[in-house]
Design a protein around this ligand. Structure first.
Ligand code: WQD
Length: 335
C-alpha cells in the first residue's frame, strides 16, 4: 500500500517508516520539522536501501494534505503528527488542542475528499489517567489528567464517531506505553529538541557525560523499590505494531483501541541498573522530589494486540538500553 505518515520524521514515525518499507509498503513522510530533522529521511533511505518521499508541511494545512494524498495515491494514513509533552500541555493547552485536535480534523477532511478512510492513530496510555486497576486493559475508564492526554482522547472519540457515521472507515487507535530505544543501526532514534522530558534520553545524556547526574523523581512510591514503574517498550516493537495494525485493517472495518506495551513494569532503579550492566558504564543519580502528575506505576495488558493483531513485544529492556546508548554515541559524534 501507499502509506502517508504524518509526523513521519519523528521518533516513532521514522522507525515505523522503516518497518513499513521493509513490509513492502511505499511510504511518504509528511512533517513540519518542528521537532525533527529532514536528515532523518536520508538515514531511513540508507537503512532500507531505497527512496522514501518527503513533504514538508503542517497537518493544519488541509489544502497541502489533500494535494499530497492525491499526488502519492495514498491508500492509508498513519497519524503521528502532534505535540506530546505532558508538562508543556498544561502550560499551553490551546496549542495542544489546536495542533493535535484541529490538525486531526484537517487530516480527516483531506482524507474524506480523496475517499481515503483507513487510519492508524498514534494514541497514548495517558488517556487512562491514574490506573484504577493493573494491568491496564482497553476497557479501563479513560480519564486523562492533562491536556495532552485529553487531546489524544478527543481525537480517539472523534474517530469513533466518524466510524459510526460511515461504515467505510477503518481505524485503529494504538495506545502506546513508554517507547524507548532505537533501530539497531544507531542511525535513527529519540533526539528530542532541547532538554528531554523522558527518562531514557536523560539516562543516555548522563552516560555520555552531557549531563552530570540523573534526578530520580521520588523513591517513596508504593512500589518494590519506591521508584516509579512503567511499561517500557522498544520502539522497533512499537513500529512492528503499526505494520500489524495496517494488516488488520485490510480485513476489518470500524474503530478499535489497542494497547501497545510489553505487559511488564520496570522501576526507574531497575532501568538504571540494566543500563549500567549491559553498557558497562556509570549513571550517577540522586533522589529528588516526586514529579507533579506522575503516578506510581502503570503497565499494559497486551492481550488484545495479541488476539487482533497477532502482535507481542519481542525485545527486552537490555536491547532498549543498548540501542539507546548506541544512538546517543552516534548522534553525539554526528552533531
Ligand atoms: C518515566 C519514569 C518518572 C525523568 C510520558 C508521557 C506519556 C508518553 C511517555 C507520549 C517516571 C521517571 C523521568 C527523570 C525520573 N509520552 N523519571 N527522572 O511520564 O511515564 O510518560 O512519556 O505519549 O504520555 O506521560 O515517561 O520517561 O517521563 O518517566 O525519575 O529525569 O521515569 O518519574 O517514573 P512517563 P517519563
Amino acid at each position: 500500500m501507499n502509506v502517508l505518515l504524518t509526523g513521519g520524521t519523528g521518533y516513532i514515525g521514522s522507525h515505523t517508516a522503516l518497518v513499513l518499507s521493509q513490509f513492502g509498503h511505499q511510504v511518504t513522510l509528511f512533517d513540519n520539522l518542528s521537532n525533527s530533522k529532514k536528515s532523518v529521511v536520508a538515514r531511513i533511505e540508507n537503512i532500507i536501501g531505497r527512496s522514501c518521499s518527503f513533504v514538508e508541511g503542517d497537518v493544519c494545512d488541509t489544502a497541502l494534505l489533500t494535494a499530497t494524498l492525491a499526488e502519492y495515491s495514498i491508500d492509508a494514513v498513519v497519524h503521528f503528527a502532534g505535540l506530546k509533552a505532558v508538562g508543556e500541555s498544561s502550560e499551553n493547552p490551546i496549542d495542544y488542542y489546536f495542533n493535535n485536535v484541529q490538525g486531526s480534523i484537517s487530516l480527516i477532511k483531506a482524507m474524506e475528499t480523496q475517499g481515503i478512510r483507513t487510519m492508524v492513530f498514534s494514541s497514548s496510555a495517558t488517556v487512562y489517567g491514574s490506573p484504577q486497576q493493573l494491568p491496564l486493559k482497553e476497557e479501563h475508564p479513560t480519564d486523562p489528567a492533562n491536556p495532552y492526554g485529553r487531546s489524544k482522547l478527543h481525537i480517539e472519540e472523534m474517530l469513533n464517531d466518524l466510524a459510526q457515521s460511515n461504515q467505510d472507515w477503518r481505524v485503529v487507535c494504538l495506545r502506546y506505553f513508554n517507547p524507548v530505544g532505537a533501530h539497531d543501526s544507531g542511525l535513527i532514534g529519540e533526539q528530542p529538541q532541547g532538554t528531554p522530558n523522558n527518562l531514557m534520553p536523560l539516562i543516555t545524556q548522563v552516560a555520555v557525560g552531557q549531563r552530570s547526574e540523573l534526578r530520580v523523581f521520588g523513591n517513596d512510591y508504593p512500589t518494590g523499590d519506591g521508584t516509579g514503574v512503567r511499561d517500557y517498550i522498544h520502539v522497533m516493537d512499537l513500529a512492528d505494531g503499526h505494520a500489524a495494525a495496517l494488516e488488520f485493517l485490510k480485513e476489518s472495518s470500524g474503530w478499535h483501541a489497542i494497547n501497545l506495551g510489553t505487559g511488564f513494569g520496570h522501576s526507574v532503579l531497575e532501568v538504571i541498573q540494566a543500563f549500567k550492566t549491559v553498557n558497562g558504564c556509570e549513571v550517577p543519580y540522586r533522589f529528588a522530589p516526586r514529579r507533579i502528575g506522575d503516578v506510581p506505576e502503570y503497565y499494559a495488558d497486551p492481550g488484545k494486540a495479541g488476539k487482533l493483531l497477532n502482535w507481542s513485544a519481542k525485545r527486552g529492556l537490555d536491547d532498549m538500553c543498548i540501542s539507546a546508548l548506541k544512538y546517543q554515541n552516534l548522534v553525539e559524534k554526528a552533531s
